[in-house]
Design a protein around this ligand. Structure first.
Ligand SMILES: [Zn+2]
Length: 240
């Protein structure tokens, strides 16, 4: 009886140990769970190439997307999309795991740009799939979340966005909002909480302008910046 009790206690203790995530983030690196702080030692163990890579969209990722960023009748072939792993610095200087889904045509660009941003310690708040925000662009932007693929039309119109094919990336969208004039002549800002960041004459951390590293890296690879558009300003947006 006593032996049985000891065995049960040991089993409970080992399962509790297993449930405890490693403090250095190595579990998140192995399973590639996004948004987790990871140590330099844990990164060195898995290797940098494993932290910056594009791969086919696996079943687990696809299950997260289905019915959200990837509607049931989505005309974009799953095999044309790539799941991209990245590391990035956040506003506190921690290194976090990140993830994006993009079109295979820009997958290499995305990997290389994020690798350069990481090397130069460029701060990005969060890089998680928009599906974690129920594919609600406003919610993702308010959370300052960087993202790419989402099958949707341009907000306020019928036209398909470049995000619908995974050919556009939005970086730090709270600090780099999208501003357009509505039919009644008013400004519409997305996300709505980003009004303080619409004054682009101000200097603030994370602001994308033509001197910014994101701007230089993306445009060097042939991307267009939404901040250069005339009628609509989309400071977060790079598309190819
Ligand atoms: Zn965009």
């Amino acid at each position: 009886m006593l032996r049985t009790k000891i065995v049960i206690l040991l089993l409970l203790a080992t399962s509790a140990l297993r449930a405890q995530p490693a403090a250095d983030g190595s579990d998140a690196l192995h399973r590639w769970q996004a948004g987790v702080a990871v140590s330099a030692e844990a990164i060195a163990r898995v290797g940098m190439d494993s932290c910056f890579r594009a791969e086919p969209v696996g079943d687990a990722v696809f299950a997260r997307m289905l019915g959200k960023s990837y509607p049931k009748d989505c005309p974009v072939a799953r095999c044309d999309l790539r799941y991209v792993r990245v590391l990035h610095y956040d506003w506190q200087g921690r290194v976090l795991t990140g993830e994006l889904v993009c079109h295979r045509q820009i997958a290499d660009d995305v990997v290389q740009v994020f690798r350069q941003l990481y090397r130069q310690k460029y701060p990005i708040g969060s890089v998680r799939l928009i599906d974690d925000f129920d594919a609600d662009d406003e919610r993702s932007m308010r959370a300052n979340n960087t993202s790419c693929f989402c099958y949707r039309s341009v907000n306020g119109s019928q036209k398909l966005s470049k995000h619908a094919r995974g050919l556009a990336v939005d970086i730090n969208p709270l600090y780099n909002p999208c501003r357009r004039r509505t039919k009644n002549g008013r400004w519409r800002v997305e996300p709505a909480t980003a009004v303080p960041y619409c004054d682009r004459t101000k200097t603030f951390r994370g602001k994308i302008d033509r001197q910014d590293l994101c701007y230089r890296l993306f445009t060097a690879r042939g991307f267009t910046w939404g901040g250069n558009w005339r009628t609509l300003k989309d400071w977060q947006h790079f598309e190819k």
